[in-house]
Design a protein around this ligand. Structure first.
Ligand SMILES: CC(C)(COP(=O)(O)OP(=O)(O)OC[C@H]1O[C@@H](n2cnc3c(N)ncnc32)[C@H](O)[C@@H]1OP(=O)(O)O)[C@@H](O)C(=O)NCCC(=O)NCCS
Length: 212
């Protein structure tokens, strides 16, 4: 049994706690929140303090779950991960029981997977990623650290999604394509060519509209 503290109390935290309720080897001992007070309750669990309170008062053998979301960018989620890692904590991954992961795939630290995720052979998922409802990642594909793959996204085979990128709901990334670092791929886009760093792209085929 893992005793864990959940970091965050937003919408993503509600999803993560819901997933944990279906997993029997994770025991939530409390919540770290930047906007609730110590002693408040969140989804029936006690708020233990803010991030700094946890760092200064908790033995770093207690494991954490990073439940901070990443709707338009991953900065806050990555900042949370880095801050606690520097303080010597480790994050566990929370994978919904209804995921399909090849035994030849490698999953990093602190990854969240919602229901219906499919991960094929020889794929790597970096640290601190979120993979939302019913997305799929093809074989020999590399998802780097701090990436958000949104609901219904399909990433093909032999592809790469660069660190800190977001692939929004229903987008597709064709096989062999490399999405660079810190990209935002718009909802419903089809990415057919390699991209450059810090771009926002959307459409079919996806075209860059802006620098982030
Ligand atoms: C791509 C995206 C970031 C653009 O957002 P934005 O810069 O705020 O753009 P706007 O909403 O102001 O739209 C600008 C124009 O692009 C169009 N547009 C926006 N998103 C589009 C998309 N995904 N596909 C096609 N056209 C799009 C709009 O219709 C608008 O066109 P107009 O000027 O002719 O009216 C956004 O639409 C998107 O896809 N967000 C998804 C976020 C998400 O899902 N995050 C992960 C959640 S888990």
């Amino acid at each position: 049994m893992h005793d864990v503290i959940i970091i965050g109390n937003g919408d993503n935290a509600e999803v993560v706690i819901d997933i944990i309720s279906e997993i029997h080897d994770i025991n939530i001992i409390g919540i770290a929140s930047e906007n609730l007070n110590k002693g408040d309750q969140f989804m029936g669990f006690p708020v233990l303090g803010n991030d700094q309170d946890i760092i200064s008062s908790t033995d770093n053998s207690v494991q954490l779950v990073n439940a901070v979301g990443a709707y338009r960018n991953t900065e806050k989620r990555q900042g949370t991960f880095d801050k606690f890692k520097q303080a010597g904590f480790t994050f566990i991954s929370v994978l919904h029981p209804n995921v399909s992961i090849s035994s030849n795939a490698t999953i990093g630290e602190g990854v969240i997977m919602y229901s219906g995720v499919s991960i094929n052979t020889n794929t790597t998922i970096g640290n601190n990623c979120i993979l939302a409802l019913n997305c799929s990642v093809g074989h020999h594909t590399h998802i780097e650290d701090h990436v958000l793959i949104s609901a219904g996204v399909n990433v093909g085979a032999n592809a790469t999604v660069g660190a800190n990128s977001l692939v929004a709901i229903g987008a597709s990334v064709i096989s062999g394509v490399s999405i660079s670092k810190n990209n935002l791929i718009g909802a419903g886009a089809v990415v057919v060519k390699n991209t450059s760093e810090n771009q926002i792209l959307f459409g079919v085929p996806a075209k860059p509209i802006n620098e982030k």
